[in-house]
Design a protein around this ligand. Structure first.
Ligand SMILES: Nc1nc2c(ncn2[C@@H]2O[C@H](COP(=O)(O)OP(=O)(O)OP(=O)(O)O)[C@@H](O)[C@H]2O)c(=O)[nH]1
Ligand SMILES: [Mg+2]
Length: 453
């Protein structure tokens, strides 16, 4: 499917931009360029301007010569200011001259097939494009920088070292040679396995939507959680009523914050004692969602006279990042609000942010605080993380499994089988960057890309 002899084209600028970038790569790049430009384009790398005859517009053309281009082939980027109709005319002209439309990810696939990047780096290009927040971007950039390849290479070397010891022992076992120290091999196997586990644990999932941090709104029934969710999302996502226990399910919405995005959710109000099966089910769903949230916004209705229930339900949850907010401040005078905020602080042992969804006060402060907590939480465990795709995870998990098997075989005294398992583990890790990977797998990897990359 990836025919390297074709010259491929794609628009690689955003569709809503009048500055259009058309990318062209392959053996016919210069030939085609010379046929669309009024004056000849020199066969050398650099930036040039030329008039495109069919559309009568000047374009800036960036030229890259093989192998020093993104794809490893001759490559040209035609930059021009044009509307959609003009762009289509240009694309049709290019197609009529023998170019072919690139499929999704084909530019990067070519870079991979021309040995410009390893597979993990090629996938990282897609991760960078789809990264939904700054940490994900940093993790994807780590992947792009080849960090995964580097780490897996060093683990592979330890496996090779172990393998060579085991095999030396097998080859010379009949001779009078000191046998390998079984305990030492097992210790090294465990160390290698743990390094793989750390790599997995320290990585973040690259699938962007799964990876959006979850921020939950919690509190007792009627605290104003659904009203707050709707206000923050700017749409009517959750039913609001003066009746307690209105919300039963976990309701989510994607939420844009300064510097990051998250999935914001509303759930049933927390209660100490369920009265019926519906309460029970709604509680379970709420508690489960809150347990998985990165940040929890804990709402207490400041206009109430008694907070005993709120104190009790606060014990039901134990999030790492809790933002306590006092809701419905519009129902109190400024003086009463200030007094009650102090009381809340004493009772709960933390500061409360005053908010009124009805009056739109405290909402910006809340957004900033949520973003701050997400950034703190994400960067604490993703600073050196790499963004792993499902394929990478599968290879790493398989390798861990093989090492566990090898450990068992060593313990059982069958070093030959242990060596075989280690060889399989080694191959699993080679998969991460390997070049002779099956075409169907390549297809699947690159088809996730957008066209033009
Ligand atoms: N005055 C005032 N009333 C509010 C505010 N926010 C919510 N309310 C009212 O409080 C009541 C409960 O609001 P909801 O948003 O449904 O509360 P909830 O926490 O989702 O309640 P459950 O779904 O039952 O757990 C409704 O009558 C809202 O209009 C606010 O900022 N000011
Ligand atoms: Mg509700």
């Amino acid at each position: 499917m990836y025919k390297l002899n074709d010259t491929i084209i794609a628009i690689s600028s955003p569709s809503n931009d009048h500055r259009v970038i058309v990318r062209l790569t392959g053996p016919q790049t210069f030939d085609i360029l010379n046929r669309i430009c009024v004056s000849p384009v020199a066969d050398k790398a650099g930036i040039t301007t030329c008039r495109i005859s069919d559309i009568n517009l000047d374009a800036v053309v960036y030229l890259f010569l093989q192998p020093h281009s993104y794809t490893g082939d001759n490559l040209a980027e035609i930059h021009l200011w044009a509307n959609q109709a003009i762009t289509e005319t240009l694309m049709e002209k290019l197609l009529s001259l023998g170019a072919r439309p690139a499929s999704a990810g084909e530019f990067t696939a070519r870079a991979y097939l021309n040995n410009k990047v390893d597979l993990a780096q090629a996938e990282a290009v897609n991760e960078v494009i789809t990264a939904s927040n700054t940490f994900q971007l940093a993790a994807a950039e780590n992947l792009l920088a080849g960090q995964l390849g580097h780490l897996s290479k060093s683990i592979r070397e330890s496996i090779l070292d172990l393998l060579s010891r085991l095999e030396a022992n097998l080859d010379f076992s009949a001779e009078d040679i000191t046998p390998v120290n079984k305990a030492d091999i097992i210790a090294r196997l465990i160390e290698t396995k743990n390094r793989l586990k750390d790599l997995l644990a320290g990585s973040i999932r690259s699938e962007s939507t799964i990876d959006l941090p979850a921020v939950g709104i919690a509190g007792e029934p009627n605290a104003g959680k659904s009203t707050l969710l709707n206000k923050l999302l700017g749409r009517h996502r959750s039913i609001v009523s003066h009746q307690r226990k209105t919300t039963r399910d976990v309701l989510t919405g994607e939420f844009e914050l300064p510097g990051c995005r998250c999935v914001l959710f509303d759930c049933a109000g927390l209660i100490v004692k369920s009265e019926n099966i519906l309460d029970e089910l709604a509680q379970q769903a709420a508690i489960e969602a809150i347990r998985n949230a990165m940040v929890v916004v804990f709402c207490v209705d400041i206009s109430k006279s008694d907070w005993a229930e709120d104190i009790a339900i606060r014990q039901l949850i134990n999030p790492t990042h809790l933002i306590a907010i006092a809701t419905k401040t519009d129902l109190l005078s400024e003086k009463d609000t200030a007094e009650r905020l102090l009381k809340l602080k004493l009772l709960f042992g933390c500061d409360f942010l005053p908010v009124s969804a009805h009056n739109n006060t405290g909402l910006d402060e809340l957004k900033t605080e949520i973003a701050k907590r997400i950034i703190a939480s994400a960067s604490s465990h993703t600073k050196d993380a790499v963004a792993l795709t499902t394929r990478h995870r599968q290879s790493l998990n398989n390798a861990i499994h093989d090492i566990i098997q090898a450990e068992k075989e060593i313990k059982a005294g069958s070093e030959e089988l242990a060596a075989m398992m280690l060889r399989t583990a080694y191959n699993q890790l080679t998969n991460i960057e390997q070049h002779n990977i099956d075409e169907q797998v390549l297809d699947r990897i690159f088809s996730r890309f957008c066209i033009g990359k």
